[in-house]
Design a protein around this ligand. Structure first.
Ligand code: ADP
Ligand code: MG
Length: 231
């Protein structure tokens, strides 16, 4: 199944009178279970593309399909529900809530899922904490954690909602290279274990080579979609 499909997607921004073409016609399919890197230099359109995948911004042209459904056929309620339950984001600056401890940060997105009981939430949080290797840090505030540990919390928080896809925008940019590599390896292990689809962006050649598929983007165009000639 295609989790996400872009068909000839364009996106431009207006900076005063100046038009900035961030995406100039990109077509790409992401299959369930992929572990994929969007690779390109700063300003090439990586974040804009991830925002299209996550439906947090509208394309200027072209079509974004989610699990086969064009998003322009979905109403606001369906889109909101989709973003809340099917998509998780991981950011380069971690975006944890400083006053909450590790457990509470990871539990946070589940509080919006009213159908879950306290016990079901607890089971999911504890499983995710274990998956990212933070069982001994449950009660720590995020301010008491290293960068690598903070990103592990963010990964656990991304996983508890059991999303269709995890989108990570330069998740290693604020980490030293050894820690960054470990974070990508952790995502890769989770991908192999439970089949969660991961898409991360990076401009770091070492990090992109950890991916099973690399999509290269330059000046808003895909220069190599990482598929072999026979598809
Ligand atoms: P990357 O993530 O690869 O660094 P971006 O997707 O952030 O690239 O940006 C692609 C291009 O679009 C850049 O030229 C950037 O300056 C421009 N851009 C991105 N977001 C905006 C915005 N909100 N307003 C104006 N220009 C933007
Ligand atoms: Mg970016």
């Amino acid at each position: 199944m295609n989790v996400i499909e872009l068909e000839n997607v364009t996106k431009f921004y207006m900076l005063g009178e100046t038009r900035v073409d961030a995406l100039r016609g990109v077509s790409l399919s992401i299959n369930e279970g992929e572990f994929l890197a969007i690779a390109g230099p700063s300003g090439s359109g990586k974040s804009t593309m991830l925002n299209m995948f996550g439906c947090i911004d509208q394309p200027s042209g072209g079509t974004v399909k989610i699990a086969g459904t064009p998003t322009d056929h979905m109403n606001d309620k369906e889109l909101t529900r989709y973003r809340r339950t099917k998509i998780s984001f991981i950011f380069q600056s971690f975006n944890l809530i400083p006053v909450l401890n590790v457990y509470e940060n990871i539990e946070f997105p589940l509080l919006l899922q009213k159908h879950l009981t306290k016990k079901e939430r607890d089971e999911r949080v504890m499983k995710a904490i274990e998956e990212v290797g933070l069982s001994d840090r449950i009660k720590n505030k995020s301010t008491e954690l290293s960068g690598g540990q903070r990103q592990r919390v963010a990964i656990a928080r991304a996983l508890v909602t059991k999303p269709l896809i995890v989108l990570a925008d330069e998740p290693t940019a604020n980490l030293d290279s050894a820690t960054g590599t470990k974070i990508i390896e952790l995502m890769k292990t989770i991908n192999a274990t439970d089949g969660t689809t991961f898409v991360f962006s990076t401009h770091d050649a070492h990090i992109m080579n950890e991916a099973r598929r690399i999509v290269h983007i330059q000046d808003g165009l895909i220069t190599d979609d990482g598929k072999t000639a026979e598809g």
